[in-house]
Design a protein around this ligand. Structure first.
Ligand code: ZN
Ligand code: CU
Length: 487
């Protein structure tokens, strides 16, 4: 605790949030309290009616919570191209973890990005030879919210290897390892992989362990879109745990799921495995609150889905939002040929079971991460809806867990796993990243037909003590910072 009982409560503050009900992020019960902010920190929590304040925000009947931390994003470029971060700010998000699934915008430059790197943009966006160059661009862009970045394994492979369809040589592993060292020294919090993707599927476990060891030497973590999330998801969890044990670092399983009808129910087994492993090593996971996934459109991902919707296509931009089945019928061709004609492209894959989803979300300590894809023409609604959907649909309507637990999964839990010190909690001394919302009305409005509708019920957001969102409109402040692990 930063709180020091001996310290007198200050007599004045910059901003006083009065009359709200505080959910502090730790999972503890909510309580009635005012929250005082001085500069970028929370300076007092309690009955502060006598305190002098530069400005007051009366939020009677509302919840005051730590700003949400999006545990899994692909916002590396959005922070630069839309620094207001509208899809995230409208959900109450004050920090995003970038560089997931093996894909980071740095350090690689001057190549045509292969899928899935192209989820972040085309060749012109891959222009950062070092993480330092990227963080300089971030400082220039001045995003509204905070970010913490992972360095992506597929990005490293693209930077070092001429052919991604094979294992890296010893010399290439050393080269990638040196890039990991530099990335960690320049501000990354760990390494990510996307071992199911064509850019990394040929990488053996040993290659990943060698790079994870480099991140571990800097106190970093390992986040992974595992080698498989369908028929061999159990083996993939075992590989992940093995990597964490061998490289001696905490692991985060990204967007945990069991895909494909024949694998529905298998999260019982994976969660049992994870629970057992948690006795020996640090392992966590994030989850998004939908039964459809979204990524690049690839022939190998098509077969296990119930239904596929195109999210973008370079060759056929008008296909965005359309059902792949309908396109196949219209074109009178095979699915394979349609995929080929649409590529490079992205898609939504309807392929999970609601019971698996609820089981994974309910797991103690699971974190909420959107996995939103901000540059898709017709994106998966998770980009705009994830956090209010967990609060409004899964907690309030379905009662899957308490509001306090829901907030915990998107704040203090996430800050603890990613090592973001004094974030994700409402207490004296913590950074003033704060969201004010209406627990009775908060809900996602984005759905598969209208994927970019902003959520309802999010009223105020403050980042490092400064308002960036107020009653449905952005405030022109850009207080976001790059966060480091244990920094
Ligand atoms: Zn992924
Ligand atoms: Cu992802």
């Amino acid at each position: 605790m930063t709180d020091n009982v001996g310290d007198a409560v200050p007599s004045a503050c910059d901003v006083l949030i009065t009359g709200g009900r505080v959910i502090d992020g730790t999972g503890a019960d909510s309580f009635q309290a005012d929250v005082a902010i001085s500069a970028d920190r929370i300076s007092a929590v309690g009955d502060l009616s006598a305190m002098r304040a530069g400005s007051r925000i009366n939020v009677e009947g509302r919840i005051v919570a730590p700003g949400f931390i999006d545990a899994h994003t692909h916002d590396d470029r959005l922070l630069l191209s839309d620094p207001a971060m509208t899809p995230k700010v409208t959900q109450g998000v004050t920090t995003v973890i970038t560089g997931n699934c093996g894909v980071s915008l740095a350090p690689v430059a001057g190549m045509e990005p292969p899928p899935p790197l192209n989820l972040l943009g085309g060749r012109d966006w891959f222009r950062f030879e070092s993480v330092r160059q990227y963080t300089d661009a971030l400082a220039d862009a001045k995003p509204a919210i905070n970010s913490a970045m992972l360095v992506g394994h597929s990005t490293l492979r693209a930077a070092v290897m001429d052919d991604l369809d094979r294992a890296a040589s010893d010399a290439e592993i050393v080269q990638m390892g040196d890039l990991v060292d530099a990335a960690m020294a320049e501000g990354c919090i760990g390494l990510s992989t996307g071992l199911a993707y064509p850019t990394a599927i040929a990488a053996p476990t040993d290659e990943v362990v060698a790079l994870a060891e480099r991140a571990a030497a800097f106190g970093g973590i390992y986040a992974t879109h595992m080698r498989n999330e369908d028929d061999t998801v159990v083996e993939a969890v075992k590989e992940t745990l093995d990597i964490g044990r061998r490289a001696r670092l905490p692991v985060v399983i990204s967007h945990h799921k069991a895909s494909g009808r024949r694998n529905w129910g298998r999260t019982e087994e994976t969660l049992r495995l994870i629970t057992a492993a948690q006795q020996q090593q640090t392992v966590d996971f994030d989850v998004y609150p939908y039964t459809a996934s979204s990524t690049v459109l690839l022939p190998e991902f098509v077969e296990r889905s119930e239904r596929i919707v195109v999210t973008w296509s370079d060759a056929h931009p008008d296909a965005a939002g359309r059902d792949l089945g309908a396109i196949v019928t219209e074109w009178g061709c095979s699915v394979e040929e349609a995929v080929q004609r649409l590529s490079p492209a992205g898609a939504i894959y309807h392929q999970m079971d609601e019971r698996d989803l609820q089981r994974v979300m309910q797991f103690p300590g699971s974190m909420i991460g959107s996995d939103g894809l901000p540059h898709d023409r017709f994106p998966h609604p998770r980009l705009w809806g994830t956090f209010p959907r967990v609060l409004g649909h899964y907690s309030r309507t379905l009662g899957l867990f308490s509001l306090e637990q829901a907030v915990h999964k998107m704040t203090f839990r996430t800050a603890s796993v990613f090592g973001l010190r004094d974030r994700g909690v409402i207490r004296r001394g913590a950074y003033a990243d704060i969201v004010v919302f209406d627990a009775n009305t908060v809900i996602d409005k984005a759905d598969f037909e209208h994927p970019t509708e902003p959520a309802a019920g999010i009223e105020w957001i403050l980042v490092n003590g400064q308002p960036v969102w107020r009653y449905g409109a952005a405030v022109d402040n850009r207080p976001g910072r790059l966060l480091r692990r244990h920094g």
